[in-house]
Design a protein around this ligand. Structure first.
Ligand SMILES: Cc1cc2nc3c(=O)[nH]c(=O)nc-3n(C[C@H](O)[C@H](O)[C@H](O)COP(=O)(O)O)c2cc1C
Length: 187
């Protein structure tokens, strides 16, 4: 890869809690990551991305809420205690979790503000990578039940949780089919 930006794009990976270490993510690093999110492109500059940052006791509360929702919404025949505990562990095994929220302005088609927020998430992922921090965008069905916990406004929607941690995972090549299969050239 010819430069640092392209290298980050190529080598950014999903890193999950199994590889997270206990090393805390500094407030300064969290702020760099949030500034990167805020630099995302947006039609009419509506800047629809919103975040709730969970650390320390906040992660405990998030984990408890995810477990509680899992228990509440899972049909009895599908419920397992292990899954309930794992919901909480995703939060408590992370150093930081961001709730990713779209704030729909009503001035644009919703898909544009969803797309802009996804651009912000990619910036988060790349900025985290550049700081040696791993993470991933998690989208369990439970995120559709977090309105009260996150104190969302009626025009807001949670579209995932971004779990982060310093990690000891090995670099991995991306698993992708060739781009040539996804492109048609018209000369
Ligand atoms: C919109 C979106 C939702 C995702 N949701 C999840 C998820 O719920 N759980 C998970 O483990 N990974 C999730 N991922 C991460 C993908 O699984 C991951 O990006 C993909 O496997 C490619 O791996 P890489 O990120 O290492 O290139 C999500 C990614 C995107 C873009």
């Amino acid at each position: 890869m010819s430069n640092e930006v392209l290298k980050a794009i190529q080598y950014r990976r999903t890193v999950n809690q199994i590889s997270f270490t206990d090393q805390p993510i500094s407030k300064a690093d969290i702020e760099v990551i949030l500034e990167a999110a805020n630099a995302a492109p947006t039609h009419k500059r509506t800047q629809p991305w919103r975040f709730v940052v969970f650390q320390d006791q906040g992660l405990q509360r998030l984990g408890e809420e995810l477990s509680r929702i899992y228990k509440e919404i899972t049909p009895v025949e599908k419920y397992t205690e292990v899954a309930e505990q794992n919901m909480a562990k995703k939060a408590t095994m992370s150093n930081v979790a961001l709730a990713i929220i779209v704030d729909y302005s009503g001035d644009l088609p919703e898909w544009e503000e969803l797309a802009a927020t996804a651009c912000a998430v990619q910036n988060i992922w790349l900025a985290a990578y550049s700081l040696g921090i791993g993470g991933y965008w998690a989208t369990p069905g439970l995120i559709n039940h977090l309105e009260g916990f996150l104190k969302l406004e009626p025009n807001q929607k949670c579209i995932g949780l971004f779990y982060m941690g310093h990690h000891d995972g090995e670099p991995r090549e991306p698993v992708r089919t060739p781009v040539a299969e996804k492109v048609r050239w018209e000369d």
